[in-house]
Design a binder for this molecule. Sequence first.
Ligand SMILES: Cc1cc2nc3c(=O)[nH]c(=O)nc-3n(C[C@H](O)[C@H](O)[C@H](O)COP(=O)(O)O)c2cc1C
Length: 199
Amino acid sequence: MTDYNNYLKNDNPVDEFASWFKEALEVEDNGSYFTLSTLAADGGVNARTLLLKSVVDKKLLFFTNYDSVKGSEIEANDKVSMTFFWNKLGKQVRIRGAATKASKQTSMDYFKSRGFESQVASYISDQSSPVDSREILENEFAIARDKFKEEGVPYPEKWGGYLVDPYEITFFLYGDHRLNDRFQFIKDNGKWHSKRLYP
Ligand SMILES: Cc1cc2nc3c(=O)[nH]c(=O)nc-3n(C[C@H](O)[C@H](O)[C@H](O)COP(=O)(O)O)c2cc1C
């Protein structure tokens, strides 16, 4: 095998990512933050910060509003890119993959596990749509909070998970003297191939 076994502990790069992610959650203040890039309708690129929930069956799970800009963009083109940067660890990972909606059960279970006010905020939000004022937003929040105080917030179908199935993963590690390390894995016909890259 190649000379990067010193750095990478798993043969499967998604398992390797999962172990980096686990370490990041322990060491970093915000280890689950990542940038999700999507292809926009005008042919340009869009990107925003999200939270990664977990790695499930070699796929990366995050939650959002399906009717948001990113939701429409994924609907039109399921290819996304996810960028993680962990400052204390001196590591970066770029993942390219195809996104599909998680099962409704997965989304409902996670929705119910969130705090009451987070549930209310997701319920009332028409994420990425214009809202005329902060006051309108706060009113909608207050009305829903009172309404669902006793009975709980119903699961909003517009909200749920996406699972990203990676086909390319690039690991980056800080090295001494700015001589960093990069290892790229590309999936071809179900099999991962790897190479070292100039950093
Ligand atoms: C630190 C941080 C974490 C965020 N996490 C999420 C998230 O997990 N899901 C989400 O839908 N939006 C999250 N957001 C908001 C998104 O960055 C973005 O503004 C929103 O999803 C709308 O994006 P869109 O219009 O491109 O669809 C987060 C923002 C920040 C700053």
